[in-house]
Write a protein that binds this ligand. Structure first.
Ligand code: APR
Length: 269
């Protein structure tokens, strides 16, 4: 593992040479947008118990309490804006032919920053799913008028379209992420504690398949000793510099898909 001495020439060379690049993000990439992480000092799991809010059992026991928590998070996220880390990832994507963004985040900030098709391993807080028919739909009303919200078609409870503890990931999302990890030449792992499987296995799968793996985090994590380099610092500072220097090396190439990292609107208030 290279020292966390910053963006070295070797690191730039390896990332620049990578034909297939994957970026894996966790809640740390949204921290500078004002969205709390889960396990940090001010993390959500410090104030609330995951088991009481982010499980199917909790929802079945008290759907109103769980929806009140998600309504609170949705309001926080609606006030947030993509930060320079999200924007740098979208910019990097527009300069890469083979690029996958895999996120554990449900906040939708990558899409708002211009990322075209993030693989949302844990779902999206702006979608809801009917508990009877299983149909998923956008639910952008903020704040929610009815808590818990119900399906307009059949009247059954809606649930957040997110992955709760103990639930499987959406099969198609995990398959895409797993394939991306197995076939990439390099992976940037940004703002995740690498504690929650199966997402946390993706950097090791990439490494095992020969990829150059770099972590960007304000602190070292359990995978730091298993990957190639750790850049210790805030994603909102490191990523813009890293992308600038990568693109400078590549002649500041024009985006492959002009206008591809246009931002999208935030959810309605
Ligand atoms: N820049 C870079 N990294 C940061 C920043 C920042 N500005 N701020 C915090 N971090 C790092 C923390 O050091 C930590 O390693 O982001 C990570 C956040 O870790 P967690 O709070 O555990 O969040 P995450 O890794 O996304 O959790 C994974 O667990 O609770 C479930 O479903 C939830 O998707 C989530 C999953």
């Amino acid at each position: 593992m290279e020292p966390a001495a910053g963006i070295t020439e070797r690191l730039l060379e390896r990332l620049s040479r990578a034909r297939r690049l994957v970026v894996l993000t966790g809640s740390g990439v949204s921290h500078e947008s004002g969205v709390p992480t889960f396990r940090g000092r001010d993390g959500l799991w410090k104030k609330y118990r995951a088991e009481e809010l982010a499980t199917r059992q909790a929802f079945e026991f008290d759907p109103e309490l769980v929806w009140r928590w998600y309504d609170y998070r949705r309001q926080l996220i609606a006030e947030a804006a993509p930060n320079p880390a999200h924007e740098a990832i979208a910019r990097l994507e527009s300069h890469r032919e083979h690029f996958d963004l895999v996120t554990q985040n449900v906040d939708g900030l990558h899409s708002r920053a211009g990322s075209r098709s993030p693989i949302e391993l844990h779902g999206n807080i702006w979608r809801a799913r009917c508990t009877r028919e299983g149909l998923t739909k956008e639910l952008k009303e903020n704040p929610l008028r009815d808590i818990p919200p119900r399906c307009h078609k059949c009247g059954a409870l809606l649930r957040p379209d997110v992955v709760w503890f103990g639930e499987p990931l959406p099969p198609s999302a995990y398959e895409r992420a797993d394939t991306a990890a197995r076939t990439c030449d390099a992976m940037l792992v940004v703002g995740t504690s690498a504690m929650v499987r199966p997402a946390a296995s993706l950097p090791l799968i990439a490494k095992h398949n020969g990829a150059y793996v770099v972590e960007i985090n304000v602190s070292l994590t359990p995978i730091s000793v298993l990957i190639d380099a750790s850049l210790v610092g805030r994603a909102g500072e490191i990523l813009p510099e890293l992308v600038d220097r990568l693109l400078d090396r590549e002649g500041g190439r024009k985006p492959l898909i002009p206008g591809s990292s246009e931002k999208t609107e935030s959810p309605s208030r």
